[in-house]
Design a binder for this molecule. Structure first.
Ligand code: IVH
Length: 640
């Protein structure tokens, strides 16, 4: 790329991000472009324009003290190098992903001007709009001061706007620039103050105390003792104070009701800040230690639909795995039909993914349309085939009760059969409703990270559950067959199939005729099993990508009793009944569960008490059945 191309790119992405609120590349990628420009042309005019959100719709406001942006760091080394350069403590706060504003108060302490950051030197006058942000006091006890901070939309409020806006920062940016200031009020924006100008405070901590006393919500902060930091002697972890604060905020990220994209570190002492001064673009007294790889661009492969108990059918995007904050993500909820349509998704589209509040992956925008077809809205419920209904932004299954129960029931049966511990009904329901697991094979695709998206799920439990799944990647053939949830393929029939055919491959080839020739399997069962296996072929194929089905030991074919069925009645004198049954099996015969047409031999013990079985057998014989009735001695002769 030539320098002027690079400048054009930086300018274009700046506009997409700050003005149009439709970024096409991730923050990281943008930063990389800027870094390259800085390296190749440090005095480029474009560098000074970065961050500008001037739309031209508002009166311009010149910032007496420029609203600079902070330099960014992504590793501890950069942070340590920064911290070497000054004396005293560091003050650390969450970096709020919102919009910076400046608010001026006059000699009476009355709010007189509110402005956006704009280019840093010139912003836009949004005074009337800021008057509608409840967190911002209209009158304070301080005279002639300027308060700076971040306007943001709490995540709890943002939930309502998911369909219209990709993320809370874009929404907040749009909301403070409403033509009608009352509209700004309707968005219930919030504010965190982090800086005070015009008071002679000795350090940042003192400024923040004053701000708090004057009714501002002040972003939380902690002081880091540089002495401790530079000797790397904090606790057992041997983390520097800087790193410890970073990791603590990263871990606690979900607790906060706003989006946090890193941690801001500032020199606490104002005297030191003044001594350090500013570079062309950033103050030296502060730095933003950003959370890693929160966003990334990937390809949308498909959209699947998951049905909740309430009947809402939610689109779930299947994407090429993309690394977000250190973990790979391949499924992403698209929240609802309305939002999905708005995104204009097509298969193969290049999409931007980002983690929300640090945890939940979100598909933010389409960067480039795909060549594939536009994703279609299903006409029938993807789970049960019932009619669907579109209402507002949502798609509903008209028969939700039976539909979801069936799907979740399939999961429950699988988990119980292959004995994966820890997956209770509630958890399976949640996984299904979130679209994380819609058939048993997807259990094996789960990652700890997916589980962590669920409420009340911690690291330890998530890891344990994943281990429990991994422990069941090798399944005995009969267990596998039973796990498929085919009616009539229960314990007994699965065991017989395993013994008879030895491998899944052979079982899949079995015909209805072959099956019904097995004595304990009638025609109806044979039909159910053969059709069931055919219907479950797609699931079987998916499962086979994750599990190994062990071969079963085949029942020895042949032997003098091969294919013959025996049944015993009455008490035997020469041996116990189970000894007799064992002899039959050793010679290749089978034991029937009752007298029926398929029975070959009814053995009547010499000890008496033959009862109804004998009567039934005699009746069958009278009708010309193949059944033979043997006394104990005849049986022993036959065996020997
Ligand atoms: S201190 C030089 N503290 O991050 C400005 N800024 O590029 C230093 N931000 O434009 C301000 N959270 O809008 C500070 N806790 C925080 C912040 C914060 C978010 C924004 C601010 C600034 C940008 C850094």
């Amino acid at each position: 790329m030539t320098i002027s191309e690079l400048e054009r790119e930086v300018r274009r992405h700046n506009r997409l991000y700050f003005i149009e609120h439709k970024p096409e590349i991730s923050d990281q990628e943008f930063d990389k472009l800027v870094e390259e420009l800085k390296r190749r042309k440090p005095d480029s005019k474009v560098l000074a324009e970065i961050g500008s959100d001037v739309t031209g719709r508002f009166k311009k406001v010149r910032h007496e003290v420029p609203m600079l942006s902070l330099d960014k760091a992504y590793d501890e080394k950069t942070m340590q190098d920064w911290a070497e350069k000054f004396e005293g403590d560091i003050i650390a706060s969450p970096k709020i992903d919102g919009c910076a504003v400046s608010i001026k108060y006059d000699l009476e302490g009355v709010l007189v001007q509110g402005a956006t950051r704009g280019s840093g030197t010139v912003g836009e006058d949004v005074t009337a709009n800021l008057r509608h942000v409840k967190d911002i006091p209209q009158k304070i006890g301080l005279k002639n001061v300027e308060v700076r901070g971040e306007i943001y939309m709490p995540l709890s409020v943002f939930k309502r706007y998911r369909t219209e806006f990709a993320n809370p920062r874009n929404l907040a940016a749009g909301a403070i620039k409403q033509k009608d200031p009352r509209k700004t009020g309707e968005y219930t924006l919030s504010f965190w103050a982090y800086d005070l100008l015009g008071e002679d405070s000795k350090d940042e901590a003192a400024k923040r105390k004053l701000l708090k006393e004057n009714g501002f919500p002040v972003i939380e902060w902690k002081l880091i003792d540089k002495g401790v930091m530079s000797f790397k002697a904090l606790g057992d972890d041997n983390l520097s104070g800087i790193q410890a604060a970073f990791e603590e905020y990263l871990k606690r990220r979900e607790e906060f009701d706003y989006e946090m994209d890193g941690v801001v570190y500032k020199v606490n002492l104002v005297s030191e800040q003044e001594r350090l001064g500013v570079t062309a673009h950033h103050p030296r007294f502060g730095i933003a230690y950003k959370f890693q790889g929160d966003s990334g661009v990937t390809i949308l492969r498909d959209v699947e639909w998951s049905v909740a108990r309430t009947g809402v059918i939610t689109p779930v995007g299947i994407v090429e795995p993309v690394e977000l904050s250190g973990a790979f993500v391949s499924r992403v909820s698209l929240h609802n039909l309305g939002l999905m349509k708005k995104l204009g998704l097509s298969k193969g589209a290049k999409v931007m993914m980002m983690r929300r509040g640090g945890v939940i992956p979100n598909l933010e925008s389409v960067v480039e349309r795909g060549r594939g077809a536009e994703v279609e809205t299903p006409k029938k419920c993807p789970s049960c085939g019932a009619k669907v209904e579109e209402k507002d932004d949502f798609l509903y299954c008209t028969n939700p009760k039976e539909c979801v129960q069936a799907k979740v029931g399939e999961l429950k049966h699988f988990v119980a059969t292959v004995e994966i511990d820890g997956f209770g009904d509630v958890l399976l329901e949640k996984l299904y409703e979130e679209g994380l697991v819609t058939d048993p094979s997807e259990l094996y695709e789960l990652k700890a990270d997916d589980l962590l998206r669920l409420e009340s799920m911690g690291d330890v439990l998530a890891d344990k559950l994943i281990r429990n799944i991994a422990a069941r990647r090798e399944l005995a053939l009969d267990v596998f067959l039973r796990s498929l949830g085919i009616r009539e393929l229960g314990k007994h029939t699965s065991a017989i199939l395993a013994q008879e055919y030895g491998s899944l491959e052979n079982v899949m080839k079995v015909t209805r005729e072959e099956l019904s020739a097995i004595h304990t399997i009638g025609e109806i069962i044979a039909d159910e099993v053969v059709n069931g296996l055919k219907a479950k072929k797609p699931l079987i194929d998916k499962l086979l990508k994750h599990v190994k089905v062990l071969h079963a030991e085949r029942k020895k074919k042949g032997g003098p009793f091969a294919g013959k069925l025996f049944l015993f009645t009455g008490s035997m004198l020469a041996m116990t009944r189970s000894e007799a049954e064992k002899l039959v099996k050793e010679k290749g015969g089978g034991i029937a569960s009752g007298v029926s047409k398929t029975l070959d031999y009814l053995v009547v013990g010499d000890g008496g008490g033959a009862g109804s079985k004998l009567d039934k057998a005699k009746k069958l014989q009278a009708k010309g059945g193949k059944i033979r009735i043997l006394g104990e001695t005849e049986f022993i002769k036959l065996v020997r």
